[in-house]
Design a protein around this ligand. Structure first.
Ligand code: ATP
Ligand code: MG
Length: 437
């Protein structure tokens, strides 16, 4: 017997039964980004490995442990572990930064990381992300934080906390690195192997280590905020005043350093306690050095990535509303070959009017067809047999109440159908709406 093939560990299927949840989330994310003047960008699923080595950074978990890299015909490619690197590469390659600034783009895409699968941590997951290039001003930082918050509010989430921090610029970070090296040098025998190499190359990464021993040691480490230069400090102060002006609540968490190497100044996370350990639903910040690193002329930039699976989990746990999926407006049950032809023609026209119309494609008996119509939640059902075709009149059954309405099968059919949709289906939706209000 053939062995059943299952999906790879850490991946998910979204079946038609659940797709409306994704549609809700994607629509809200798109609409919100567009409200802020961000335009959609689409980039390849895989890129040259070097792109991620140079941008994400060689001392990060992503590059050290999590990348899916394949060698194809002598060239190494990597499935994108995040969206920023490819997006900035695309902005440069398409000359977008020579155009009016700031450039503001958003994307919804899949990311791939070889991690230990658990709730909220997958090997293929999805991000809604935005990137803005061209503004060094802290009001740009406030703008993208406000965008992220708007998405979280529009999907109906509660109890999401915003944590912000500044990790300075290369100038102030040099002193901070020295302080960290001094501090962690006393714990060399306890740090994990990865952190030992980080101690030499990029000690700030140790603050992001997930091992319980390293995080315990990191608790009393010096904090970056004490080492900020004047410019970085002003930037951070201004950002806070802008957030206050917009009534966006936040707390300062000097331990946030973010997983990726390219951040400068502002970093932030939106965190929930409602889905267990993987509670960071959104992470972002400023990366003023990245564009130069990738060969562009110096251009400040910033953005965030929102984990859609984590967001969805939180929405489900908090009982948020989703858009109600569209269902069949009319199901036609033909009883013989002539009726099939008529059903074909009627559904064809109804669809061109924008209605969702279906008829039996399996030559089934009436009982099986009614069962199917119920299953797909059809609003109206119409049986078409020899009698109906001969008399030119059929019955529309409104499934909600069982009421039957006569409808002639001639040219007036479509107008009558439309009126009944308004009288029955739309009226019911309006009543629902009133009740909700
Ligand atoms: P974490 O600390 O949880 O590993 P990260 O710092 O690696 O997160 P980012 O690279 O900043 O995450 O990605 C942005 C967002 O993408 C995260 O805040 C999270 O919501 C989501 N995300 C990251 N990795 C995964 C994953 N393996 N599965 C599902 N969502 C993820
Ligand atoms: Mg991670």
């Amino acid at each position: 017997m053939a062995v059943k093939i299952t999906r790879p560990q850490g991946t998910e299927d979204v079946t038609p039964k659940n797709i409306y949840k994704w549609h809700t989330l994607e629509k809200i994310a798109r609409d919100t980004a567009e409200c802020f003047g961000f335009k959609e960008i689409r980039v390849p699923t895989f890129e040259q490995t070097d792109l991620f080595l140079r941008s994400v950074g060689e001392t990060t978990d992503v590059v050290q442990k999590e990348m899916y890299t394949v060698k194809a015909k002598e060239t190494e490619f990597t499935l994108r572990p995040e969206g920023t690197a490819g997006t900035i590469r695309a902005m440069l390659q398409n000359g977008m930064l020579n155009d009016a600034l700031p450039q503001k783009v958003f994307y919804i895409l899949s990311c791939f990381r070889h991690e230990r699968p658990q709730a909220g941590r997958l090997r293929e997951f999805h991000q809604f992300g935005v990137e803005m290039a061209g503004s060094a001003d802290p009001c740009a930082d406030a703008e993208i934080i406000s965008l992220a918050k708007n998405v979280l509010e529009r999907v109906g989430l509660k109890n999401i906390d915003l944590h912000i921090n500044s990790i300075g610029c290369p100038a102030c970070r040099a002193n901070y690195h020295d302080a960290l090296k001094k501090y962690f040098a006393d714990y060399k025998d306890k740090l994990c192997d990865t952190c030992l190499t980080r101690l030499e190359k990029n000690p700030m990464r140790i603050l992001d280590c997930k091992s319980p021993i390293c995080s315990e040691i990191a608790k009393d480490a010096p904090v970056i905020l004490d080492y900020l230069c004047e410019e970085c400090n002003n930037h951070f102060e201004k950002l806070q005043s802008y957030l206050k002006a917009m009534n966006i609540e936040f707390s300062i968490d000097p331990k946030i350093v973010r997983g990726l190497d390219y951040y400068t100044k502002t970093v932030f996370e939106f965190v929930t306690n409602d889905i267990g350990a993987q509670g960071t639903v959104c992470g972002g910040g400023r990366y003023d050095g990245l564009i130069t690193e990738l060969g562009g002329s110096p251009t400040p930039a910033l953005g965030f990535g929102m984990g859609l699976e984590r967001l969805l989990l939180t929405m489900e746990n908090q009982g948020c509303d989703f858009m109600i999926p569209a269902t069949c407006d009319l199901y036609i049950a033909p009883m013989d070959d002539n009726a099939i032809i008529k059903a074909m023609q009627l559904t064809q026209e109804l669809r061109s009017m924008g209605y969702q119309a279906e008829y039996d494609l399996m030559h089934r008996g009436i009982k099986a067809q009614m069962k199917y119509a119920n299953k797909i939640n059809a609003s109206f059902v119409m049986v078409l047999g020899g009698n109906e075709l001969e008399s030119g009149v059929a019955k529309l059954k409104y499934m909600e109440t069982g009421e039957q309405i006569e409808i002639s099968l001639d040219d007036k059919f479509f107008e009558t159908f439309e009126n009944n949709m308004i009288n029955y289906v739309l009226k019911d939706t309006l009543i629902d709406f009133e009740e909700v209000k």
